[in-house]
Design a protein around this ligand. Structure first.
Ligand code: CAA
Length: 285
């Protein structure tokens, strides 16, 4: 199977910038699209800061950083994706926005055999696939945060996705130095279906006043060797993202264990979204 050489990444937030960084470091030519010129420039800065941090931590040489930066280009026009062989969208976890983006990509990408992947964590892949003229070449590729660190990509074929598309996505996953598992097109896929009820249980424990966040987190870190406890992890994921994922799982299964607790909703309403807003279950400076 021919390797992907020209990758597109749409969205340069937490996930998109991580995917673009890993791809550029893996030797791919990466075109990153953001909604506006300013957002594209902010994306470029985010990637540069992350690559500089990699140099400081001894993960890559200055030469490798410069090579990775040279492989990255930025645009605010999805039309520039015309020559891409594979595009991964990682825009906000919002059904309307993602549908608009995948439709626009379907029109923009000239090679009708090119694959359009979505990094959604909660929207059914089939809903995005049928919004395009190429439902056989639409697939979910779910990365984990922080993307440069976490090894996993969940591959989620929709009912319309061909085996060839799955194999090409698996091949790209290997090019990125990651490992794939195949997951069902069900809300939560494999990992979030197990992880989200656990995270929400920790929020309920705080809500009930039965334990404080630091004790809950240290309990799981020291007792079960988790790299971070559930509330620190929620702060990393973003409470708004976690709420959106839980809502979609609750909508699909109607199981109380997926229902976002009131405390989570209130914190999101207050703008206490975790690390990205400087405050969640903990404060960040
Ligand atoms: N970019 C690149 N590298 C990073 C990084 C980033 N954003 N953050 C951390 N790292 C690297 C560091 O360079 C460091 O590497 P070395 O050990 O080789 O020097 C390593 O990761 C550890 O980092 P730190 O020492 O700074 O901090 P840590 O040991 O506390 O690790 C962590 C931080 C990697 C986030 C770790 O705590 C961890 O793995 N936590 C669990 C994260 C997790 O479960 N993610 C999945 C979330 S669920 C999801 O994403 C799906 C969804 O749909 C919601």
């Amino acid at each position: 199977m021919d390797p992907v050489t020209r990758l597109g990444v749409v969205g340069c937030g937490l996930m998109g910038s991580g995917i673009a960084e890993v791809a550029a470091r893996s030797g791919l030519d990466v075109l990153v699209a953001e909604a506006t010129h300013d957002a594209a420039e902010a994306g470029r800065r985010r990637l540069t800061v992350s690559l500089d941090r990699g140099v400081r931590r001894g993960k890559l040489s200055e030469e490798q950083r410069d090579q990775a930066l040279a492989r990255l280009s930025f645009t605010h026009d999805l039309g520039d994706m015309a020559d891409r062989q594979f595009v991964i969208e990682a825009v906000a976890e919002n059904r309307d926005i993602k549908t608009d983006v995948i439709r626009a990509l379907d029109k923009a990408v000239e090679d009708s055999a090119a694959i359009l992947a979505t990094n959604t964590s909660s929207i059914p892949i089939i809903d995005l696939a049928v919004a395009t003229e190429r439902p056989a070449q639409v697939i979910g590729m779910h990365f984990f945060n922080p993307v440069p660190v976490q090894q996993l990509v969940e591959l989620i074929p929709a009912l319309t996705t061909t085996e060839e598309t799955v194999e090409r996505a698996r091949h790209l996953t290997q090019q990125l130095g990651k490992q794939a598992i195949q997951a069902p097109d069900r809300s939560g896929f494999v990992v979030n279906a197990l992880l989200v009820p656990y995270l929400l249980s920790a929020v309920r424990m705080v809500e009930a006043g039965s334990a404080v966040p630091d004790d809950i987190d240290r309990g799981m870190e020291l007792g079960c060797a988790h790299p971070m406890g559930p509330l620190r992890l929620l702060d990393l994921i973003g409470l708004d993202t976690a709420q959106a994922v839980a809502e979609s799982m609750y909508e699909e299964f109607k199981e109380p264990l997926y229902a976002p607790p009131a405390l989570l909703r209130r914190m999101v309403a207050a703008g206490h979204l975790g690390r990205k807003s400087g405050r969640g279950f903990y404060t960040y400076t």
